[in-house]
Design a protein around this ligand. Structure first.
Ligand code: MN
Length: 207
């Protein structure tokens, strides 16, 4: 009994996935994303994915893996879904800032966007169109392949471009829970506003 308690405690110490700490107050992204949406989306939805993953993984082959390793190796199912959503939402919430220092990317990311999409406005149009046309729940990612080429990748449900060998840079959550309280069915309006809170230096560091 005592040994089991110690073991359980060691396993949960090793294998505990945790919530990202938001670098802004829950109301700081208003009016683009309301405090109510952050309270639910970060505080309830993401917390549930973290809790689910921490309940699923101990004692399995995934218990010593990083989130990224789980996403690459787990078959479709609960472990993959929850690991994907923990990583997706961590990238999502850490890509925003209430005080945008640049309206557009700079440096290597700006060069890659110009090379692969012609210019920033065209890239925005393509991200917006992909977000509007994704059927059902999912994510739209700007991702980079192993050669450094950029791709706009549509993923259903909790998908992540890591599974296609690409690095996720910027992610738009198009599940209704991301915008319904603030925009109801107007997904395109929500996505159009997101560009005002993107922390471009944070995105550039992901390259
Ligand atoms: Mn979400």
């Amino acid at each position: 009994m005592y040994t089991n308690l110690i073991l359980t405690s060691i396993i949960s110490t090793i294998m505990s996935f945790s919530m990202p700490q938001l670098p802004y107050a829950n109301n700081a992204l208003e009016p683009v994303i309301s405090q109510e949406t952050i309270d639910y989306h970060y505080g309830k939805h993401l917390q549930t994915y973290v809790n689910n993953l921490n309940a699923l993984v101990p004692g399995t082959e995934y218990q010593d893996m990083s989130l990224e390793e789980i996403i690459i190796s787990a078959p479709d199912g609960a472990v993959f879904n929850n690991a994907g959503q923990v990583l997706n939402h961590t990238l999502y919430f850490l890509q925003f800032t209430p005080k945008q220092t640049q309206k557009e990317p700079s440096g290597k990311l700006a060069e890659a966007i110009e090379r692969d999409y012609g210019n920033f406005n065209n890239f925005k149009k393509e991200m917006n169109a992909a977000s509007a046309s994704l059927f059902g729940s999912g994510w739209v990612w700007l991702a980079m392949d192993s050669k450094g080429t950029l791709h706009i990748v549509k993923e259903a449900n909790g998908g992540n471009p890591l599974r296609k060998g690409m690095k996720p840079l910027l992610g738009f959550d198009v599940w209704e829970h991301a915008y319904y309280l603030d925009y109801q069915n107007r997904r395109a309006d929500h996505i159009a506003q997101l560009w005002d809170i993107i922390d471009w230096p944070a995105i550039e560091k992901r390259m």
